[in-house]
Write a protein that binds this ligand. Structure first.
Ligand code: SF4
Ligand code: MG
Length: 335
């Protein structure tokens, strides 16, 4: 079966203007030629540090910013070829939930008005049924009917995110892009909202593209995971492969940041030095070479291709030319 979403060679370059004539003098290569797919009913996460291009990817798929190049095939159709009007209609099937629900909810509208407006824009239910539908939506996300006439500021952060979810789901989308959707919430509230998202996924056969910097959150929700660094995909895999046998040094570094009990694992931690380089002039060769503990000469000039490591697992690193590596061995050798 064809994937619900197929992203091919997506690029998002933002021009930098400068000089006395305000000409484009360079580009921020926020997303630089990435390809991946998302199957129906799956949760695929994109993870990486801030500035790696994960949010830009989500926005480019929805054309909130027009991508520079590539294809975004959704249900067999290239979204980048649609007219603005056609794209607006498509938004019924592709919704986004943002990190800060407060910023995206109109403070002067009651919850009922917010939800009725969403229903009206896409005309999903006849006017007469909207009142009833609002109540169903509130109940669906664990709120109740008597909260419908309150304003966003009268709710807690977690409740506001539930309203954001209700609004996104009101139009019965197929794909929901969650951009740091639980990042602003307390850890205990995070778990509740993640569990709600999972429950709704099962009930409504939703597909999620889940964007997050938090490996702990990603582990909780994902079927497959995409790791990005400086605009590139460095590793992709099913959750089990990625967490139990991460193969790109950068993925291992990201995972090293989450606490583990296993003492053997502790010894194999990779602690990153320095900051993420600028996406304006990213390092030549492997973009991770300025921070990689295993850097070799060729890494500085030659960009590593993706190497297939398992049925659903691949990573872009020269160390993986002959298949997966044993990091406990490798780390002993460099110490
Ligand atoms: Fe490190 Fe080289 Fe692999 Fe890049 S290609 S991650 S620099 S070993
Ligand atoms: Mg972001």
């Amino acid at each position: 079966k064809a994937p619900l979403l197929q992203v091919e060679n997506l690029k998002q370059y933002f021009p930098i203007k400068g000089g006395i004539f305000g000409r484009t003098i360079n580009y921020v290569k926020a997303v630089d030629d990435i390809s991946f797919h998302v199957n129906e009913g799956e949760t695929v996460s994109i993870v990486g540090e801030s500035g790696c291009g994960k949010s830009t990817t989500g926005r480019a798929i929805l054309r909130l910013e027009e991508p520079t190049a590539g294809r975004v095939i959704f249900q067999g159709q290239d979204l980048l070829k649609l007219s603005k009007a056609e794209m607006r209609k498509k938004r019924k099937d592709l919704q986004i939930i943002f990190q800060d629900p407060f910023a995206s909810l109109n403070p002067r509208q009651t919850v009922r008005q917010i939800l009725e407006e969403a229903l009206a824009i896409q005309n999903v239910v006849p006017r007469k049924q909207r009142r009833q539908r609002v109540i169903e939506l509130l109940e669906m996300v664990g709120l109740n009917a008597d909260q419908a006439d309150r304003y966003p500021h009268e709710f807690s952060g977690g409740q506001r995110q539930r309203i954001g979810i209700a609004r996104a789901l009101s139009v019965e989308p197929k794909l929901v892009i969650c951009d740091e959707a639980v990042s602003a919430l307390d850890v205990s509230v995070q778990a509740q909202v993640l569990n709600l998202l999972k429950k709704l996924q099962r009930e409504y056969n939703l597909t999620y593209l889940f964007i997050s910097h938090d490996m702990g959150v990603v582990r909780h929700i994902s079927d497959r995971i995409i790791v990005m660094y400086l605009g590139k995909i460095v590793e992709m895999g099913d959750k089990q492969s990625l967490f139990e046998n991460p193969q790109h040094p950068y993925t291992r570094a990201l995972l090293s940041a989450i606490p583990v009990a296993d003492p053997r694992r502790k010894k194999e931690r990779i602690i990153l030095k320095g900051d993420v380089p600028s996406p304006i002039d990213p390092p030549q060769g492997c973009r991770f070479h300025t921070r990689c503990p295993f850097v070799m000469d060729r890494c500085k000039t030659e960009a590593p291709p993706m190497h297939k490591l398992g049925p659903q697992h691949e990573a872009a690193c020269h160390l993986l030319e002959e298949g997966p590596v044993d990091y406990s061995q490798l780390l002993k050798e460099i110490k």
